[in-house]
Design a protein around this ligand. Structure first.
Ligand code: ADP
Ligand code: ADP
Ligand code: ZN
Ligand code: ZN
Length: 836
């Protein structure tokens, strides 16, 4: 590699010397500029550490350093990439898929900046009713005081808080928690004690209280502060007050409605918000009918639509709406308006077309980003970049093909080629074979994951990879697989769903085979997730009487809850399912406190092992002593996190290792206890691979670890914080946790795109695990684009044929063998190509 002739093809190189970020083994490499460069390797090999951690990290550090000395000072506290030297590095923009959750509330319109353009258009070129003055662009945004509907303040919904919603069971007394909306812990007790002081009977059934008392407790805006004598009854308290006895403390009463409203509006905790929202009955705002804008703003029209209507039209149809305006139509009365209309419409269409090219035509401008998949969001941001006319920039992307059907990937490649043609470089971390084949240059990292990775196996023109024996990527690129001897399993029954109405599914009937492995396929936006991750999950959970446990970590659940299954039921086959397990890519926790060891439950066994050592017994340390969540054993400074958060002005806060315990999480006394030759903190630093050997005398632990290793995560450290794990890693930890449970069969497993972030060789391991689950008598349903997975499944349900309104139907279903002979299905075309 690296001969002169090869290198002459490119306009210069970025040279990296001595890169050691995370697992990188002091690597040197040269990467061409103005080229399409793909970073490959098994997951955990170090691709992201190189592309994001090192190259993007360094570009960002330089940029911020150049901005101000102040920023430089901040950066002394932030981590600087571990690398000796990088030359020739242009400024970089990262389009990384979010790990975890979106932080701010935004929409397709705001991410693409199309909403700004629309507001300008409506303000300056809209059709106003006679006599109405022109209004400013801001007045077309529900997030400004000028624009927000006066009734609902721009929410589109009004909330009613009634006696019925706050007190669901009026036969209970206040002491029995009749007021369900109140907090249950100390705060609720406090409110009850205050009512006692105020002379209310908290032991009478709610319905027997006088109306005046009920109304005051629920609806008063007064907040009296009174003496509290905790735990005494009404008569006793009256006596104490008369005798001027010293109260336990002074307490302030808050009416229930006031409490609910205040908590809903102000709490930082999504869990609290969710809790109190149950006591608010929401309905569409009667004034704006959910359009969130005030009347004057809604009275301005363009092409016959108000601005809220426009935001609800799929992008593909907007193209038709705007096209007639993109050419200049002279207007004798308003020549200026005609020009403005043409300019803005043309700009709008230009931006729109990029999004359409990327297969996003089924989205609407009003769609909120938390409801988008990470892949959709990344492509939207990519579309925005294409139109920004930057050049000389490196775009660093993280698996842009995620969530894309092969039919959509071709368009993605065209878009990225445009960025390259304008003089930019693309550094792409990717597993998808079609994207790798499109590369001008390949950097293959490996050979394996974690400690066993971190070497650059190859950096050069794609063809040269053929000769790199160690590379797992080479095998998948150049040695096609055969599927000839696959025998699809026979289904054991079916779950029959009828009349499904949700998103773009309109009265769909579908049968899900039981006891086999089914993949649900289709172009992106065709309705796969709506069917599987939304409807199937909800209906089965509902029928099994499972409460869908809502996840405190999901900051956007309120948003997601807005949409419910509107129609559909299970009419048969449910007797074949006893349990439902959804294995998704949501984080296993959002703070460094959760990790692989705690999530899988194996840490409990480890702590018991430590409590059983001689030293621990002598000192009477129990298993709790070895938990970093319990005061007695942990470091008092970081409270067992091992990290402290440093708040930075203008920048996201960063975690740095705790100075007291040097990141060990425990206090010195706890660390004196050793099992074999390691203390509890050392154990958390072991990789899974190393821990299997270390715990060979503790079968319960080593067996659990073995399963984690089987799903390809042997390289993770036991205590690696949840915040450092990718979505794919989180998903595989969940799968491993599931696999180590005793198997009883009859479980329905649902996975949405489990191959995201997985190298072809990791996909093989995943399939082995899933097949194992099916062989134990379970059912597996997967939403997937990966042709290797589709080819190996027992049954395929192909949804489509197109996206959005053009999808939502079953195009074809059957065994892979049957599907490939179908003419109309896009999946069939690519499957046939893949299976050869
Ligand atoms: P890839 O992108 O190839 O999947 P990564 O670069 O994400 O691999 O990871 C390479 C190694 O670095 C893995 O062992 C991973 O666990 C580790 N790693 C990743 N992120 C961090 C981090 N923030 N801190 C410490 N180790 C990390
Ligand atoms: P796929 O999983 O095949 O990519 P989806 O089921 O996500 O497709 O989407 C199908 C259609 O439903 C699309 O038009 C999409 O915009 C719409 N849709 C999906 N989720 C939501 C949601 N939470 N809110 C509104 N529309 C949605
Ligand atoms: Zn309103
Ligand atoms: Zn500490």
């Amino acid at each position: 590699m690296g001969n002169k002739q090869e290198k002459n093809k490119f306009n210069g190189f970025v040279t990296v010397r001595g890169a050691r970020e995370h697992n990188l083994k002091n690597v040197d490499l040269d990467i061409p500029r103005d080229a399409f460069v793909v970073f490959t390797g098994v997951s955990g090999s170090g691709k992201s550490s190189l592309a994001f951690g090192t190259l993007f990290g360094e570009a960002q550090r330089r940029y911020l350093e150049s901005v101000s000395p102040y920023a430089r000072r901040l950066f002394n506290q932030m981590s600087v990439p571990e690398v000796d030297k990088i030359d020739g590095l242009p400024p970089a923009i990262a389009l990384q898929q979010q790990r975890g959750t979106a932080s701010t509330r935004s929409s397709v319109g705001s991410v693409t900046t199309l909403s700004n353009l629309l507001r300008m258009l409506y303000s300056r070129a809209g059709d106003y009713p006679p006599g109405q003055n022109i209004i400013y662009a801001e007045a077309f945004s529900p997030n400004t005081p000028e624009g927000a509907c006066t009734e609902c303040h721009g929410l589109g919904k009004v909330y009613e808080i009634s006696e019925e919603s706050m007190v669901p069971d009026d036969t209970l007394t206040i002491r029995q928690k009749a007021v369900a909306a109140w907090p249950s812990a100390w705060q609720g007790q406090n409110q009850r004690d205050i009512l006692t002081t105020l002379g209310y009977d908290i032991d009478a059934p709610w319905k027997d209280l006088p109306k005046k008392a009920r109304d005051w407790i629920l609806f008063t805006e007064e907040t009296p502060t009174v003496p509290v004598y905790a735990g005494y009854n009404r008569e006793e308290v009256q006596r104490f007050i008369k005798n001027k006895r010293q109260p336990d403390y002074m307490g302030t009463f808050t009416g229930v409605r006031r409490y609910v409203r205040h908590t809903f509006a102000n709490t930082q905790s999504q869990l609290m918000k969710k809790r109190v929202s149950k006591y608010m009955l929401s309905s569409e705002c009667p004034l704006c009918h959910g359009k969130r804008l005030r009347r004057e703003s809604l009275s301005v029209k363009f092409a016959g639509y108000d601005i809220a209507d426009i935001a609800r039209i799929p992008l593909a149809l907007l193209q038709t709406v705007f096209e007639p305006f993109a050419t200049l139509v002279p207007n004798a009365d308003h020549p200026e308006k005609a020009i403005v209309t043409q300019r803005i419409a043309a700009d709008f269409l230009g931006r729109l077309n990029v999004a359409l090219d990327l297969g996003l035509g089924y989205l609407t401008l009003e769609r909120s980003t938390p409801t988008l998949s990470p892949g959709e969001l990344q492509r939207l941001r990519l579309a925005t970049q294409v139109h920004s006319n930057l050049f000389g920039v490196v775009y660093v992307l993280d698996e842009p093909s995620a969530g894309l059907h092969p039919a959509d990937t071709a368009a993605l490649l065209r878009t990225m080629d445009k960025l390259k043609a304008s003089g930019n470089s693309l550094f792409i971390v990717e597993h998808e074979i079609d994207v790798i084949r499109h590369a001008d240059w390949i950097v293959d990292v490996g050979p394996a994951a974690g400690e066993k990775g971190g070497h650059v196996l190859y950096s050069g023109l794609p063809d040269g990879l053929k000769n790199v024996k160690e590379s797992l990527t080479r095998r998948y690129l150049y040695e096609p697989k055969t599927y000839a001897d696959l025998q699809p399993r026979i289904l054991k029954g079916k779950l029959i769903l009828e009349g499904i109405i949700r998103n773009n599914l309109n009265n769909l009937d579908v049968e899900i085979p039981l006891g086999i492995l089914t993949t649900v396929t289709g172009v992106s936006g065709s309705g796969k997730s709506s069917l599987v991750s939304q409807v199937l999950v909800e209906l089965v959970a509902g029928q099994l009487g499972l409460k869908m446990d809502f996840n405190e970590d999901d900051a956007n659940m309120l948003e997601k809850d807005d949409i419910k299954t509107l129609g559909g039921q299970i009419i048969g086959g449910l007797q074949g399912i006893k349990r439902l397990v959804v294995v998704d890519q949501k984080p296993i926790g959002r703070t460094p406190r959760s990790n692989l060891a705690t999530y899988t439950g194996l840490f409990e066994h480890v702590r018991k092992l430590f409590a059983n050592t001689k030293t621990a017994k002598e000192r009477k340390y129990d298993a709790g002593r070895f938990s970093f969540n319990v005061v007695k054993g942990r470091c008092p400074h970081c409270e067992g996190e091992g990290f402290v958060m440093v708040e930075l002005l203008f920048l996201p806060s960063v975690y740095t290792p705790c100075p007291t315990c040097s990141g060990t999480r425990y206090n010195p006394k706890t660390l004196e206890v050793k099992y074999k030759d390691l203390n509890i903190s050392d154990v958390l630093n072991l990789t899974v691979d190393a821990a299997v050997v270390f715990f060979d005398e503790a079968p319960q632990i080593s067996r659990a670890l073995e399963v984690v290793r089987e799903v390809g995560l042997g390289y993770l450290r036991l205590g690696q914080p949840a915040t450092e794990l990718s979505g794919g890693e989180a998903q595989r930890i969940k799968l491993a946790t599931e696999l180590q449970r005793a198997q009883h069969g009859n479980t329905l497993y649902i996975l949405d795109e489990p191959t995201t972030g997985l190298h072809a060789s990791d996909v093989e391991r995943l399939m082995a695990q899933l097949n194992h689950l099916v062989d134990e008598g379970n059912t597996v349903v997967i939403v997937e684009h990966d042709m290797d997975v589709i080819a190996q499944s027992d049954w395929i349900i192909d949804i489509g044929p197109g996206a959005g309104e053009e999808g939502g139907r079953i195009v074809i279903q059957g065994t892979p063998e049957k599907i490939v002979s179908h003419r109309k299905s896009k999946t069939a075309y690519y499957l046939k190509k893949h299976m050869g």
